[in-house]
Write a protein that binds this ligand. Structure first.
Ligand code: ZN
Length: 156
């Protein structure tokens, strides 16, 4: 059986709905060393991302809270799953790559050692320019968190 474009879209929709309905790593994180807020005024998505970075500059835990559309929640959920136990350097590089790919400006391959099955579902948003910011919000917020930015990351 061949996989058609619409099979893929169904799969991607299922992945996004699954993450949005049961977000991974959702909730308050005690003892966070880094955190930031992110807002996407266009859609009304709001996220708070909290990270525990240990002395080896590795992410020990990462959680998020917030409310927003399915794409913004799914993206944040995937972010927290992907970045657990990664170094800060890796995490920043990854956030940059994912943001570029979702905005359609990056054609570089995602780091091959990571299973991007779920993240690929997000790439479907490229067909809907208005939703790209919903998908990139979490990754921009991560950048702000790692810098411990005082003002919220915004997609505008
Ligand atoms: Zn949204």
């Amino acid at each position: 059986m061949t996989t058609t474009q619409s099979d893929l879209q169904d799969l991607y929709r299922k992945v996004i709905i699954d993450h949005a309905q049961q977000p991974r790593n959702f909730g308050v994180l005690e003892g966070a060393t880094h955190s930031a807020d992110g807002i996407n005024p266009l859609c009304g998505d709001k996220l708070h991302l909290a990270v525990v970075v240990n002395t080896d500059n590795t992410i020990d835990d990462i959680r998020f809270e917030g409310s927003g559309c399915a794409i913004s929640l799914a993206s944040a959920s995937m972010l927290t799953e992907t970045l657990q136990r990664r170094s800060i350097v890796e995490a920043s590089a990854l956030a940059q790559t994912v943001t570029a790919r979702l905005s359609g400006s990056g054609e570089t391959d995602l780091c091959p050692e990571i299973d991007f099955q779920d993240l690929r579902a997000l790439e479907g948003v490229r067909q809907y320019p208005a939703r790209v910011k919903c998908a990139t919000l979490a990754w921009q917020t991560l950048h702000a968190a790692l810098k411990n930015a005082q003002s919220p990351a915004t997609t505008e």
